[in-house]
Design a protein around this ligand. Structure first.
Ligand code: DAH
Length: 344
């Protein structure tokens, strides 16, 4: 048996040097170390080995097996051997990485669009104002002229943090950035200021909507508010038109459709002609709402509606980003698929 083992070893080590490609190497593996290979074929001879030699012969059997397997491993890792024999190149995880400047990360499209919008409104004289995401129903609803029984206040449609049936001013994740209109007017009066107020406020809002191509439980809005003496609907429309031209180009078309919001009177829906998919014709896309600030809202904040008037607007930032960059599905913005992130 020792002789047979020596022969298999010598023959195997010689034969493997002739295996020039992956196929030949695989054939060698089957012939020598596979389950029906030559090593296995020698094993039954073990039963004829005298008992006092079994240990030594067994040791030699393992040596030959190991040396053939090692030879196979070594050949398999050489260049030219295919992945089917040796899966992939040997990786040294301790080597320093190669930095490819072409794939450096960059800012996500949402904060980029947010800053672009803020920049445009800044040119039109709007300052940035902020308000908390954890709000209370006084700022999200009451002072925005949304009465207690209004369907928008339904717990099903809002992320309440306190039970609205029990708490005095139940806290909630804000469902709209219109809260910042109230916060801004309150702050100004508390600091002894008076209008004009001219602010935009970008930020996150939350609604328990079922996620689909156009809905998400969290999204971004940008709110606008301008209060002064003698502000009119035509100021609103010209502001929106200037914004549309600045952001979408001189050909951009806008449309105001009569609508209803509790905090504006009159109210309108703001649409723009946009191609949502790169190869499709442009269509009217609703970007948000707008209108003249309702006198009740001004009074609730302590401003005399006989003296001051104003306009307000609130747009979906995702909608604008999707229109500007031809993104067909809102979910793409949150999936963090690198192929998408690199494209937009
Ligand atoms: N807050 C409204 C919403 O989330 C959008 C909106 C409509 C904001 C009209 C406004 C406005 O400021 O005047 O649906």
């Amino acid at each position: 048996m020792l002789k047979a083992l020596n022969n298999v070893e010598t023959e195997g080590l010689r034969a493997i040097t002739d295996a020039k490609d992956a196929e030949a190497l695989e054939a060698w593996r089957i012939a020598y170390i596979g389950p029906k290979g030559k090593i296995r074929a020698v094993m039954p001879m073990m039963k004829d080995v005298p008992a006092d030699q079994k240990a030594a012969v067994g040791k030699r059997l393992n040596e030959v097996k190991s040396s053939l397997e090692a030879a196979f491993e070594a050949m398999g890792s050489k260049p030219g051997a295919s992945a089917s024999v040796n899966p992939g190149p040997m990786l040294d995880m301790t080597e320093p990485g190669v930095i490819d400047s072409k794939v450096l990360g960059r800012r996500h499209i949402i904060p980029r669009v947010r800053d672009e919008l803020v920049e445009i409104f800044a040119r039109l004289g709007f300052e940035v104002a902020q308000g908390p995401e954890l709000e209370d129903d006084e700022h999200n609803f009451v002072k925005l002229n949304i009465p207690p029984a209004h369907p928008a206040r339904d717990p099903i449609d809002n992320f309440y943090v306190d039970d609205p049936a029990e708490a005095d001013k139940p806290r909630m994740l804000r469902s709209q950035t219109s809260t910042v209109q109230i916060r801004t007017m309150e702050r100004m009066l508390a600091e002894g200021g008076t209008p004009p107020v001219k602010i935009v406020s970008p930020g996150r809002v939350y609604r328990p909507d079922t996620v689909d191509a156009t809905h998400s439980f969290m999204f971004h809005q940008i709110e606008g508010l301008y209060i002064d003496r003698g502000v009119s609907m035509s100021d609103l429309k010209s502001t929106l038109l200037q914004f549309a031209h600045a952001y979408f180009g001189e050909d951009a078309e806008i449309r105001l459709r009569p609508s209803f919001f509790p905090f504006t009177e009159p109210s309108a829906e703001f649409d723009m002609m946009i191609a949502l998919k790169p190869d499709e014709p442009a269509q009217w896309v609703e970007l948000g709402g707008c209108g003249m600030v309702d006198p009740n809202v001004l009074s609730a904040c302590g401003l005399d509606p006989e003296e001051w008037t104003g306009f307000a607007f609130g747009f979906g930032i995702e909608r604008i980003a999707m229109g500007k960059y031809g993104i067909p599905d809102i979910r793409m913005l949150y999936e963090n698929d690198v192929r998408f992130l690199q494209r937009v």
